[in-house]
Design a protein around this ligand. Structure first.
Ligand code: FAD
Length: 214
């Protein structure tokens, strides 16, 4: 009973949507419908829907909750979630693309990167020229990421990262990845932005997954 009393004072989140939000979600709906038949084939053939990035880029979905300052639409989280909810109806793989590119990709940069990094990386991701991923999990470090084996060394001009990441959504198509590694001496974990065209980066696709294919 005590808990009921305590929580009754919380204000409710407003789920009402404006005309502007509604118009955007209806654009998302149209793109979803146009991709339906292709997505069906892609699911069966276990491959990425090649129309996903170009078609959703046309309506700005690749930068939906990203600030206009970095080329996004500057929408709120409710609009983004409602869009994801609609996209998820078409299949978990399409929804996962955005969960990775935007939720744990762009939004990590928007929230935590410095201004130079945001200006350097975000604009290309909002127009679909550059795809993002988030690489934390390792073959032997999943639920407990602090047991990761990836290491970094400060080489003065650059950081040298050594390690293997596993189960990375968008991993084989991403251009920019945020990843995590431990300092060789202190064991402290730091985050890094990795250009996937850097020398020494290799990627292998995991085929025949169940459900989430991206
Ligand atoms: C399709 C797919 C996409 C993914 N995308 C990404 C991505 O984009 N980026 C990324 O970094 N990672 C990604 N992951 C990895 C995901 O985050 C890990 O799979 C998850 O953290 C679990 O780790 P694990 O698979 O090693 O399982 P484990 O950690 O080995 O866990 C196995 C089982 O044991 C249980 N368990 C583990 N520890 C405990 C405990 N202490 N107490 C009780 N139960 C426990 C778990 O709940 C689970 O059921 C993805 C995974 C999949 C399958």
């Amino acid at each position: 009973m005590n808990n009921v009393h305590e929580y009754s004072n919380l204000s409710c989140m407003n789920f009402d949507i404006t005309k502007k939000q509604e118009d955007f979600i209806s654009k998302v709906d149209s793109v979803c419908k146009s991709l339906r038949s292709i997505e069906e084939e892609c699911y069966i053939e276990d491959r990425l829907n090649e129309k996903l990035v170009p078609e959703f880029s046309k309506i700005g979905m690749l930068g939906c909750p990203i600030s206009k300052k970095y080329g996004g639409l500057g929408f709120d989280i409710l609009t983004y979630c409602k869009s994801l909810e609609r996209i998820g109806e078409e299949g978990n793989s399409m929804r996962t693309f955005f969960s990775v590119h935007t939720s744990i990709g762009q939004m990590v940069l928007q929230g935590w990167a410095d201004e130079d990094q945001k200006k350097r990386y975000l604009p290309e991701t909002t127009i679909g020229k550059s795809i993002m991923a988030f690489a934390l999990t390792e073959p032997e470090a999943g639920s407990d990421p602090s047991s990761m084996n990836s290491r970094y060394e400060d080489k003065g001009e650059y950081y040298l990262l050594t390690g293997k990441k596993h189960w990375i959504g968008n991993g084989t198509i991403a251009d920019i990845v945020t990843t995590y590694a431990k300092d060789r001496t202190t064991g402290k974990i730091s985050a890094f932005i990795v250009d996937m065209n850097s020398s020494g980066v290799t990627k292998n696709e995991i085929k025949n997954k169940m459900g989430l294919l991206t």
